[in-house]
Design a protein around this ligand. Sequence first.
Ligand SMILES: Cc1cc2nc3c(=O)[nH]c(=O)nc-3n(C[C@H](O)[C@H](O)[C@H](O)COP(=O)(O)OP(=O)(O)OC[C@H]3O[C@@H](n4cnc5c(N)ncnc54)[C@H](O)[C@@H]3O)c2cc1C
Length: 419
Amino acid sequence: MGVVGIEHVTVVVIGAGHAGLTASHFLSAASVDHIVLERGEVANSWRRERWDSLRLLTPNWLSRLPGHHYDGPDPDGYMTADEVAEFIARFAAASRADVRTGTNVTSVRPVDGGYRVTTSHGELSCRAVVIASGACNQPTVPQFADALPASIEQLTPFDYRGPSTLPDGGVLVVGASATGVQLADEIRRSGRAVTLSVGEHVRLPRTYRGRDVLWWMDASGVWDQRHDEVDDLTRARRLPSPQLVGTAQRRTLDLNALTAIGVETVGRWATLRDGRALFSGGLRNVFSLADLKLGRLLDTFDEWARTYGCDGEVDPPGRLEPTRAPSSPRLQLDLRSGEIRTIVWATGFRPEYGWLDVPVVDAKGQLRHDGGVVDSPGLYALGLPMMRRRKSTFIHGIEDDAREVIDHLTRYLAERRPS
Ligand SMILES: Cc1cc2nc3c(=O)[nH]c(=O)nc-3n(C[C@H](O)[C@H](O)[C@H](O)COP(=O)(O)OP(=O)(O)OC[C@H]3O[C@@H](n4cnc5c(N)ncnc54)[C@H](O)[C@@H]3O)c2cc1C
């Protein structure tokens, strides 16, 4: 029996990014009544949480959602954040998703074999919930950031818009994954001195044997590798994003490209002592490891091309020059000296589940789940790193995951039909 004043719906989906909207698509296909709750607008993260120059690192032809794909004039180009928001909004309209925008979910708790969802606009009860609230709600910043000298301006990728908004002076970019290398490149090109602190990273050329490197990831099936097939899932889920940028010239943006324009590389920022940033040694080893992994990946592509007989359709194999390590990288930097005026934290992102009143979040703030089936009956997730496949967090990766997760959900509903 429903409680007076509380709206009932069978499934609540939280978040109207591409993941929540794809969940809605499959729920509609299965005729399951549901609603999508979104605190901002459709595709909110692309409208509010990206810097000005950002373009997808995935090419347009790869941007596909169920029944919806890029059909513009530049399939090999890379969308701007505004274009991605448009792309997702068109998908929402075409799939007639029932989205309630401007509705912040402040609590989800288990009640009577289902869930009670409290929002900024009232309460709902439901039998199942799909958490599609994103894996990148907050930038990750190390704790010692609080102890930095006040003279240093600190920015995260959520605050950063472009180099013109930075104070004059040197910039330390921390982190050399997709975000870090893109921001280091853009800031260096604006004329500023840039130091880049580099930890474990994934090096990729933009093109390989004449094709976008992500064509190889897609065609060879590397991206389809499943969560239950990898040896170390925890590690696979923590893998940083690849050093890639989407430009018309299909430019490779690895560390060699950055040092060639004058970016100085230093090791991983280990700690802060007496106003000095202390960096790990062994930069050469970090570079060698990334080069080794890249070599192995390219070997996989070459082998796939040989096996599937497409060697003749692509350019001959080749290897990149090893990453050039500085002869004696600096191990510390005095942050009180005035050399560095700005620090940009490109140290990753994390999800935010403060509203989830179900004990399914581990000590590291990650959801406990098995391929998106969360550790509480009727609770599901989408869009998490390597959730069911290597491609899970990418736009084109959601369709396969969402189909399987919603299939599980509909079976769960059928097996627990209320009497
Ligand atoms: C900088 C960056 C660049 C990326 N580049 C690419 C790329 O090139 N290609 C690619 O395929 N992928 C890329 N990704 C990965 C991925 O496509 C994005 O992270 C994408 O936004 C994830 O979609 P999502 O639907 O899972 O989450 P989101 O897009 O984050 O959507 C979640 C939605 O949930 C809403 N929400 C959150 N909490 C609540 C709440 N409590 N109540 C109500 N609503 C809530 C948010 O407002 C948001 O709209 C990139 C990610 C980042 C961070």
